[in-house]
Design a binder for this molecule. Structure first.
Ligand SMILES: [Zn+2]
Length: 390
């Protein structure tokens, strides 16, 4: 049981049983990436009951999905307050069909044969319960918007194809991280992939070996001269793909080498990509081969100041529900990166799910309920912050 010495009137209305039941109901709706129609169907019914109007975009047509991103809008009691959005993804990494939830010692698990889908149905359930609590509490509030993406898990795909003209808010929050409620992620990395097509010369070992120039050996030399792993405290580099070769009797004429770099600094990201490219170019020219390099941007970084109203509001709202706020940064990528890149200012918040993307996934009832309480508290505090500013 969460102790509720809340000074947030709206958060105090968040109901543990109602939220837990709603979470379990949402978690059982099957919605793996690109197949989110059942989740959308649920929301098409549930959101208007909470006063929202809904719009879908056509993002899914870019990747053969069932449904687009959902943008939902609810008027506030005071329309002069800037709207605040809450975002999460509608998809889960694996199916949750046949999910049998188990609650033991205050922690919600699956029965071990499926994922739980707390990533991120925990946020979705909390957002719905929070709005219900805000309405019941009667506190004044500004407009609320939900930005619910599809196809997030394979690489933030729905967010990338979102029709941003449909979103009216400029600032918001995304509860989608394993830290206990109170975690505030202000900084996320830049990330790019590097693809290197290394070319030597193919030949048969018994027929024309003298013409052979092994692309594998060129790649191996290049890799040995490449800086990989933790480059410095804000930069990571990895080679994750090596693909090539057909027959054991053929000296390989080509090989694909690919990896990615992440860094909080765009400068360091570019410098590291250049080092990787040059290491391979040098190895190739020393051995009479060549390399074609392609850099593919994954996402841009973000860095929200500690004195930004999003930061000060979430700190105050956390204190109001008796949760200690703490700021962190992450080298993981999230919709937050893509939304910030497209002009929406937002930060990631912890909702405390654990072991995600595995059958051991779980979330404590306390973190679930605190996610709902903090969401309600944020809506209330956002109004207070802007009312004072007027
Ligand atoms: Zn997630």
């Amino acid at each position: 049981m969460v102790n509720s010495q809340s000074t947030s009137i709206a958060a105090a209305k968040v109901d543990e049983k109602r939220l837990t039941d709603l979470f379990l109901e949402l978690a059982k709706i099957n919605g793996p990436s690109t197949k989110e129609q059942l989740v959308a169907d649920y929301l098409i019914k549930a959101l208007p009951e909470l006063g929202f109007t809904l719009e879908f975009d056509d993002a899914h047509k870019n990747f053969d999905g069932e449904v687009g991103n959902l943008i939902a809008w609810r008027e506030g009691t005071d329309s002069s307050i800037p709207p605040l959005f809450f975002s999460t993804h509608m998809d889960t990494v694996l199916p949750t069909e046949g999910l049998k939830p188990v609650i033991k010692d205050g922690v919600i698990h699956s029965d071990g044969t499926t994922i739980l889908g707390a990533d991120d149905r925990a946020a979705l359930a909390s957002y719905l319960e929070a709005v219900r609590a805000v309405i019941e509490s009667g506190v004044p509030h500004g407009p609320i918007e939900f930005v619910l993406t599809v196809n997030e898990q394979p690489g933030l795909v729905g967010a990338r194809y979102m029709d941003y003209t449909k979103v009216k808010s400029e600032a918001g929050y995304i509860f989608d991280s394993s830290g206990d409620v109170g975690q505030i992620i202000l900084k996320g990395p830049y990330s790019s992939r590097i693809w290197m097509e290394v070319e030597g010369n193919a030949a048969h070992i018994a027929l024309n070996a003298e013409e052979g120039n092994s692309a594998f050996l060129i790649a191996a030399k290049g890799l040995l001269n490449m800086n990989l792993g933790e480059i410095d405290e804000e930069t990571l580099a990895n080679i994750g793909i090596l693909k090539g070769g057909e027959l054991t009797s053929i000296i390989p004429g080509s090989v694909t080498v690919a990896g990615e770099v992440r860094s909080f600094s765009k400068e360091k990201l570019d410098k590291q990509l250049k080092q990787m490219e040059e290491a391979m170019q040098e190895a190739a020219s020393a051995s009479g081969g060549k390399v074609n390099v392609k850099i593919e941007k994954k996402y841009s970084g973000f860095d929200i100041p500690t004195d930004h109203v999003l930061t000060t509001t979430v700190k105050a709202a956390s204190h109001n529900i008796d949760v200690k706020p703490y700021t962190t940064e992450t080298l993981g990528g999230a919709d937050t990166n893509v939304l910030n890149e497209n002009g929406l200012t937002c930060i990631t918040l912890g909702n405390g799910f654990q072991n995600i993307h595995s059958f051991r996934e779980c979330i404590s009832v306390d973190n679930l309920v605190n996610t709902g309480r903090l969401t309600a508290g944020l809506i209330e505090q956002w109004y207070e912050a802007h009312k004072q500013a007027k």
